[in-house]
Design a protein around this ligand. Structure first.
Ligand SMILES: NC(=O)c1ccc[n+]([C@@H]2O[C@H](COP(=O)([O-])OP(=O)(O)OC[C@H]3O[C@@H](n4cnc5c(N)ncnc54)[C@H](OP(=O)(O)O)[C@@H]3O)[C@@H](O)[C@H]2O)c1
Length: 286
C-alpha cells in the first residue's frame, strides 16, 4: 500500500481503543493525520492514545468518549467534533460488536442494532455538513460478510420475538450496508464518498476474552491484517472518488442482493429516522 501523506487530514475512528480500530488509528497517525479516537471507556482510550502517540511520534491524536448505542452520547460526540474541528476528512464507523444475550441500550433499543447501526447512522448524519464542507471527504463503514445472512424484518427490528446473537449481528451489518448505498445515492455530487467493507475474520476482542477469544487470536487473521482495507479506503488516492461500494481485501467485491435493494434502503432510512425521533423526542437534525 502506498504511504499516502495524510498531513492536514482530520480522521475520526470509532472503536479506536481495540482491535481493527486501534490499528487503523495508529496507521493513520503514522501517516501524519490528525486522529480523533473515539472510545466508550475513557481509561482504555487514554492508554491506547498514549501508545499511539508514542508509536507514531504524532502528538495530534485526540480522544473523545462516546457510547455509540446511546442517542444522547452520539449527539454529544458530534457536537464536540463540530466545536473542536473546523474540518473532518475521514469518518470511520468501525465500532461494533455482538451480544450473546439480548440487552437494550439506554434508549430502549436492542443493543447490537443500536451500536452497530443506529449509532453510525446518527453520527454520520450529524457530521454530514462538516464532511461536505471539508470535501473531498470519505466515510467508511466497517460492515461484515455476515451481512449476507442478514434480514430486515420491519415487524421485529429490535429482535423482541426471537433473539439469536449471530442473526441479530448479521441484520445490523446488513442495515449498515443498506445505509452505505442509500447514503452514497444522497451524496452524489458533494465530493463526499461512502463505502463499506468486510475486514476478514480477525482475532480481536470481538470474540471475547474466553476460550473462543484466546483461540481466535491464535488461528485467525491479526488486527493489523484486518485494518488494511479500512486504511486503504481512508487514504488511497485511487479510491478518492469511488462511492457506494463494498470492499474486501482492498478490492471492490459484491455484497448481497438484499443489500442492493434500493427500495429497502430507502424504507429502512425512513424507519430509522422515525425510531431515533421517537426515542429521543426530536428529529435527527434538530
Ligand atoms: N473480528 C472480526 O472477525 C470481524 C469480522 C467482520 C467485521 N468485524 C467488525 O469490525 C469492527 C471492529 O471489530 P474488532 O474485530 O476490532 O473488535 P474489537 O476488538 O472488539 O473492537 C470493537 C471496538 O468497538 C467498540 N464498541 C463496541 N460497541 C461500542 C459502543 N456501543 N460504543 C462505543 N464503542 C463500542 C469496542 O469498545 P470496547 O473496547 O469498550 O468494547 C472496541 O473499541 C466491528 O464493527 C466488527 O463488527 C469484525
Amino acid at each position: 500500500m502506498a504511504n499516502t501523506n495524510m498531513q492536514g487530514k482530520v480522521c475520526l475512528v470509532t472503536g479506536a481503543n481495540s482491535g481493527i480500530g486501534k490499528v487503523t488509528a495508529l496507521e493513520l497517525a503514522k501517516l501524519g493525520a490528525t486522529v480523533i479516537m473515539v472510545s466508550r471507556n475513557r481509561a482504555k482510550g487514554e492508554a491506547v492514545q498514549a501508545e499511539i502517540k508514542r508509536l507514531s511520534g504524532n502528538e495530534n491524536v485526540d480522544l473523545l468518549t462516546a457510547d455509540m448505542s446511546s442517542i444522547a452520547s452520539v449527539r454529544q460526540l458530534a457536537q464536540e467534533v463540530q466545536a473542536k474541528y473546523p474540518q473532518l476528512h475521514v469518518l470511520l464507523n468501525n465500532a461494533g460488536g455482538m451480544n450473546n444475550k439480548r440487552q437494550v441500550s439506554v434508549d430502549g433499543i436492542e443493543q447490537t442494532w443500536a451500536s452497530n447501526y443506529i449509532g453510525p447512522f446518527l453520527l454520520t448524519n450529524l457530521l454530514l455538513d462538516l464532511l461536505k464542507a471539508s470535501a473531498p471527504a470519505r466515510i467508511i463503514n466497517v460492515s461484515s460478510t455476515a451481512h449476507k445472512m442478514g434480514k430486515i424484518n420491519f415487524d421485529d427490528l429490535q429482535a423482541e420475538k426471537n433473539y439469536r446473537a449471530f442473526p441479530v449481528y448479521s441484520n445490523s451489518k446488513l442495515a449498515l450496508t443498506l445505509f452505505t448505498y442509500e447514503l452514497a445515492r444522497r451524496l452524489e455530487g458533494t465530493g463526499v464518498t461512502v463505502n463499506n467493507l468486510h475486514p476478514g475474520v480477525i482475532g480481536s476482542n470481538f470474540f471475547g476474552t474466553g476460550l473462543l477469544g484466546r483461540l481466535s487470536k491464535l488461528v485467525m487473521l491479526t488486527p493489523e491484517q484486518g485494518a488494511q482495507t479500512s486504511i486503504y479506503l481512508a487514504t488511497a488516492p485511487e479510491v478518492a472518488t469511488v462511492s457506494g461500494k463494498y470492499f474486501e481485501k482492498s478490492k471492490i467485491s459484491t455484497s448481497s442482493k438484499t443489500s442492493q435493494d434500493q427500495q429497502l434502503g430507502q424504507r429502512l432510512w425512513q424507519v430509522t429516522e422515525e425510531l431515533i425521533a421517537q426515542k429521543s423526542n426530536q428529529p435527527i437534525n434538530a
